[in-house]
Design a protein around this ligand. Structure first.
Ligand code: 5GP
Length: 229
């Protein structure tokens, strides 16, 4: 009766660093083959264990700035002294092929996406508490104390922007947080504004068919009873 839009859903996920967004997203793509995560470009240096083309495309500052001029990004922002940007490239193609696309971006970028694509789904992942966030940042042991505190200050500000998003998920227990984000994505697919067409069948035709069948059934029962006598 209902034909829903084949186009995939654009999903923007933000979180203060240390909230566990990366782990949640990896679990989601493990469980959902129809979701594609966009790989951003950054001018930040790779952290230990990060891989070019998997975590990010690592660019020199000047190259990043050139790409801004070339209109290569759907959005970009400067965060903690580095550039981060979403390449336009495959996003439209993936969405049109029916894949859902996750953008794992910070809040300035999310605001830009809201301006250009307001129908996107905006989810904010929240750490269980500010104190826990600071300890999670420390636990990474990939950055200096100064950098950790800088990220904590930024995170603190970001938490106050949560009302700009459609949903908030507290990452207290990982499995539960993953389930919540997956449920939000599923629920979004059932929104009435994703209906492309209502295929309303002819009511009279259906009733007529039903009555004919009814008559046929009654007749068969009657025949059966008569034969048994
Ligand atoms: P990190 O340095 O910890 O990998 O990322 C720092 C922040 O930049 C995170 O909040 C992350 O979500 C965000 N980020 C990553 N890629 C992009 C992007 O393409 N655009 C924007 N605006 N932010 C991004």
């Amino acid at each position: 009766m209902i034909k829903q839009k084949k186009q995939g859903q654009l999903i923007v996920i933000s979180a203060p660093s240390g909230a566990g967004k990366g782990t949640i997203i990896s679990k989601i793509i493990e469980n959902n083959k129809n979701i594609w995560v966009s790989i951003s470009a950054t001018s930040r240096k790779p952290r230990k264990g990060e891989i070019e083309g998997v975590n990010y495309y690592y660019l020199e500052r000047e190259d990043f700035e050139q790409k801004i001029k070339d209109d290569y990004f759907l959005e970009y922002a400067e965060y903690a002294g580095n550039y981060y940007g979403t390449p336009k490239g495959k996003i439209i193609e993936k969405l049109e092929s029916g894949k859902d696309v996750i953008l794992e971006i910070e809040i300035q970028g999310a605001k830009k996406i809201k301006e250009i694509l307001p129908e996107a789904l905006f989810i904010f992942i929240m750490p269980p508490s500010e104190k826990e966030l600071l300890y999670r940042l420390k636990g990474r042991q990939t950055e200096s104390t100064e950098k950790i505190l800088e990220r904590f200050n930024t995170a603190y500000k970001e938490i106050n922007e949560v009302s700009k998003y459609n949903y908030v998920v507290v990452n207290d227990k990982l499995e539960e947080a993953v389930l919540k984000v997956e449920s939000i994505i599923r629920a979004e697919k059932c929104r009435v504004d994703r209906i492309e067409e209502m295929l309303v069948a002819n009511k009279e035709e259906i009733i007529h068919e039903f009555l004919m069948e009814q008559e046929f059934d009654n007749k068969s029962i009657k025949d059966k009873l008569e034969n048994e006598q």
